[in-house]
Ligand binder design. Structure first.
Ligand code: PEP
Ligand code: MG
Length: 902
């Protein structure tokens, strides 16, 4: 905290280490770590994120900072034997931002601080190279002008281009000392005119202003946007690294490069990186001149190359992971400028984790921390055939993964119309809004030319699990004329396009899609043990085995039919956590449900229920057979009855037309009456769940009988059915008691009639705040709880789950009210605290209470960790997400063990 008197705002590189990322930022912490490893890091110091926070809060740097910087600068000058900006032999420093989390390209850097009209001559004399000194000076003015004094960078670039054009050369290395000297004069004029002040000649003033500029760069619009998209908290601030300059632009024996300790795409060992002779770091990033492959450095400078290779091995063994590196060679001397654990593709993450286990560098538990459920999910999407010939149209933001192919349509209405007639379509819009929802649902994928990862299209598509590429700015979308133009190419409505939501690429025509090998493996169609097994599949197989070995949470599936149940089993499900029976009341059976709703007498109702019973029983027999030996939680009917009846408008029109023709249908009239009677303003808060069971006599009893009879049939066929009966939307224990007592009676009757002992358990969903709050009482009547976090989120927040994601969530995400929809990742503080409470209270009443979750959160990586932590017994999710849940359950257990033993 800033009020702490002993607080230190500046750390020498020799004082820090890699665990101090919060304070020193990632770059500073790693520079310190490399310094302590004895690697060649140019000396320097780091100004902490705390200093940045004080600056951002108060508008001025903390008072102590100036003195601390002076002390560290003096020590640096002593070490280097020269002073910052000294006229005859200047010490020069770089000033670089470095936050806790990498924010590539978001914040600022100023190199060559310490140069002035005076010291540039000293540098030239010392280096014996006039061209180099003037090149360094023009770079300083350019970077300082742009970053610190807010001068439009284009103006410098234009001046540089003009200088090259005047000399009829194309690369900046062809400009000589005299050209660069002239350019410096021109740059200084640009600064004076644009910034209204001269370029500062005082080295310390340059340093202090550059540090402030880095602090300020934390809050540029692009940095803010990036943080929101990447879910990086906005109050972390950035550290500032002040490092003595080394020069890659001193001639052909100097240069700069980037390297990876292994291939970030495949994980294979080897030499991966780029090198640029006679250049400073930003030349590589800016792509001004073409780099050469790192392997060529061996012929350019063998000694430095060998030293770099040894250093990379040291770093990999030390960090026990793939590292990426920035280095500079100054006249044959290698300097390390940065290292960090490198980014990698999802596939490489799995491969590298197992490779490192094989090398004995990490344990299996550590390997689990090197991969994520999100990466596994990415690997499970079908993808475009890599060998296919493609015509790339452009590239946008990879907003929601998957590979989608379809005919281009430019409005929602057409998307719906064409998809109804069996066409596959891609909805292309400039940006989407809630009116596009139907079209988005009807499409294979969504493509927009505007908006980022939190745009409406991106948020909604991710929520639907639909492929989406957004913000593809090269595409000129003209919705009025129903076409888009990319350069010379015009794509008309109906032309086929392919979009890749994992890479953001957009192609013209149909790119063939291949199933993911990882899914083929989970499906049992590809074997990890085979000699020629896909390397990725083998790695996934091993990591899944580690996860299964350590996880405490069991993983069940939300599945309503035998087909889904079987797939879930193949994917590793250990039972069904939610069978939603409402799906069994649709299709041809809808008519029976209508009869039930319209019944005026007990006889009519009984007749409708008796007709439904055998159908329900058959469903359950199939399900219990598919999940033989594993628990199957069957939820009694939940949704409001009107969902089973015809649409009120359609029916009203039908009846009105019939009446005008004087041939009104008696059944339609009764139906219309019922629809009116059942119409609710807020059906999600109305007559549904247990409330239905209590007001429609016989409905739940029929379902319980179907479950019990199905279980008995399976038992008598020597099966091992393990049914659990679940009551939805309970708010008070009294509701549950009534349903339970009826169920117990029905089960006893079936047991007696079939000579079986069914051991059916009866429990409830916890999906209303009142249920969670009174969990101690509810547990008296329930053998298990399953948290329905969809409804619980809806009712805790007062958010209509069917409406809000498409209406105002984009605005909420943009405003940073939450980083992710609470329907996607559990809201730990609100909904989560009710879950925690209910777990504790429920177990206090009934220590062997079984606890699970069956809301969508059961398959969400972050939420799985939460459910592990609060002590649930299992999570239940859609079959496709089971591997992700298994992996995350393993990661949560391994992480918890790791932190226990620390
Ligand atoms: C829930 O509410 O979390 C749940 C699983 O039930 P449904 O989504 O069917 O309402
Ligand atoms: Mg629910």
């Amino acid at each position: 905290m800033s009020e702490n008197k002993d607080q230190k705002f500046v750390y020498d590189f020799t004082e820090g280490n890699r665990d101090l990322k919060d304070l020193l930022g990632g770059k500073g912490a790693n520079l310190a770590e490399m310094t302590n490893l004895g690697l060649p890091v140019p000396p320097g110091f780091t100004i902490t994120t705390e200093a940045c926070k004080v600056y951002l809060e108060s508008g001025t740097a903390p008072a102590e900072l100036r003195e601390e910087v002076s002390a560290h600068l003096a020590a640096l000058e002593a070490k280097m034997g020269k002073k910052l900006g000294q006229s005859d032999d200047p010490l020069l420093v770089s000033v670089r931002s470095g936050a806790k989390f990498s924010m590539p390209g978001m914040m600022d850097t100023v190199l060559n601080i310490g140069l002035s009209d005076d010291s540039v001559k000293g540098l030239a004399a010392q280096a014996g190279n006039e061209r180099f000194a003037w090149d360094s000076y023009r770079r300083l003015i350019q970077m300082f002008g742009k970053t610190v004094l807010d001068v439009d960078g284009e103006l410098f670039e234009e001046a540089l281009d003009e200088a090259k054009a005047a000399k009829k050369v194309t690369v900046d290395t062809d400009l000589d000392a005299a050209d660069l000297k002239k350019l410096v004069t021109r740059f200084k004029k640009i600064v004076a005119k644009q910034a209204g002040r001269d370029f500062p000649q005082d080295a310390r003033e340059q340093l202090d202003l550059a540090v402030e500029a880095v602090f300020n760069s934390w809050n540029t619009d692009r940095a803010k946007l990036y943080r929101r998209q990447e879910r990086i908290p906005s109050d972390l601030g950035t550290a500032v690294n002040v490092c003595s300059m080394v020069f890659g632009n001193l001639g052909p024996d100097s240069g700069t490069g980037v390297a990876f300790t292994r291939d970030p795409a495949s994980g294979h060992a080897g030499v991966y990186g780029d090198y640029l002779q006679n250049a400073q770091g930003e030349d590589v990033v800016a792509g001004i001149r073409n780099t050469v492959p790192l392997a060529d450095l061996e012929t350019i400078d063998k000694a430095s190359y060998d030293q770099l290779m040894t250093t990379m091995t040291t770093l990999e063994n030390h960090y026990k992971d793939l590292c990426d590196i920035e280095f500079t060679i100054e006249r044959g001397q290698l300097w390390m400028l940065q290292t960090r654990v490198g980014k990698r593709t999802a596939g490489a993450a799995f491969r590298i984790a197992t490779q490192l286990v094989d090398q004995g560098l990490i344990t299996e538990a550590e390997a689990l921390q090197r991969v994520t459920g999100h990466q596994l999910a990415q690997l499970m999407f079908p993808r475009f055939d890599e060998d296919a010939k493609t015509a790339l149209l452009g590239r946008g933001i990879a907003a929601s993964p998957g590979a989608a192919v379809g005919k281009a349509v430019f409005d929602s209405y057409t998307a719906v119309k064409w998809s109804r007639s069996g066409e596959k379509v891609i909805l292309i819009r400039r940006e989407t809004n809630p009116d596009d929802l139907d079209g988005m649902i009807a499409s294979e994928g969504i493509l927009t030319s505007r908006g980022g990862k939190t745009s409406h299209a991106a948020v909604v598509a991710r929520g639907m699990g639909k492929t989406c590429v957004c913000g593809a700015e090269e595409l000129d979308v003209d919705t009025k004329r129903r076409r888009m133009t990319v350069g010379e190419t015009v794509i008309e409505e109906g032309d086929v396009v392919s979009i890749d939501g994992s890479t953001g690429k957009v192609y013209l025509g149909e790119v063939p899609v291949v199933p993911s090998p990882v899914v083929e493996y989970f499906e049992g169609r590809m074997h990890a043990g085979a000699d020629d097994a896909d390397e990725l599949v083998a790695a996934v197989h091993r990591i899944m085995a580690y996860a299964d070995r350590v996880r405490r949470l069991r993983v069940r599936a939300n599945a309503d039919n035998a087909e889904d149940a079987l797939r879930a089993r193949r994917f590793g499900a250990q039972g069904i956590g939610l069978c939603r029976t409402e799906h069994m009341f649709l299709g041809e059976r809808r008519e029976l449900v209508e009869r039930l709703i319209l019944a005026d007498t007990d006889e009519e109702r009984e007749a409708a229920l008796s007709a439904l019973l055998p159908l329900q029983k058959k469903d359950f027999v199939e399900l219990f057979e598919a999940m033989d030996g594993l628990p199957v939680t069957v939820r009694l009917l939940d949704p409001p009855l009107h969902e089973f009846l015809p649409d009120i408008t359609e029916l009203s029109v039908r009846v009105a037309l019939a009446e005008s023709r004087k041939d009104a249908n008696e059944n339609d009239l009764r139906l219309l009456q019922a629809v009116h009677k059942l119409h609710e303003q807020n059906p999600m808060l109305g007559l549904r769940g247990v409330r239905l069971g209590l007001v429609i006599p016989g409905l739940f009893k029929m379902q319980v009988r179907a479950i019990a009879e199905a279980a008995a049939e399976r038992k008598n066929a020597k099966g091992d059915p393990r049914a659990e009966i679940m009551v939805p939307l309970v708010g008070t224990v009294q509701e549950l008691e009534i349903v339970r007592d009826e169920a117990v009676q029905v089960i006893a009757e079936v047991e007696a009639a079939t000579g079986t002992n069914l051991k059916l358990s009866i429990g409830t969903m916890i999906e209303l705040p009142r249920a969670a709050l009174t969990a101690a009482q509810i547990a008296e009547a329930a053998q298990f709880f399953s948290f329905g976090t969809n409804d619980l989120t809806q009712t805790v927040w007062g958010f209509s789950r069917d409406d809000v994601e498409a209406s105002f969530f984009t605005a909420y995400l943009e405003k940073g009210i939450f980083g992710v929809s609470p329907f996607e990742t559990i809201d730990k503080d609100g909904v989560g605290s009710l879950v925690r409470h209910a777990v504790k209270q429920g177990r206090a009443t009934r220590p062997d209470l079984k606890l699970g979750v069956c809301g969508e959160h059961g398959g969400d990586p972050e939420s799985v960790h939460f459910f592990h932590e609060v002590g649930l017994d299992y999570v239940s999710c859609s079959p496709f997400r089971i591997p992700v849940a298994r992996l995350e359950a393993g990661r949560a257990a391994a992480e918890a063990k790791g932190s226990d033993s620390r």
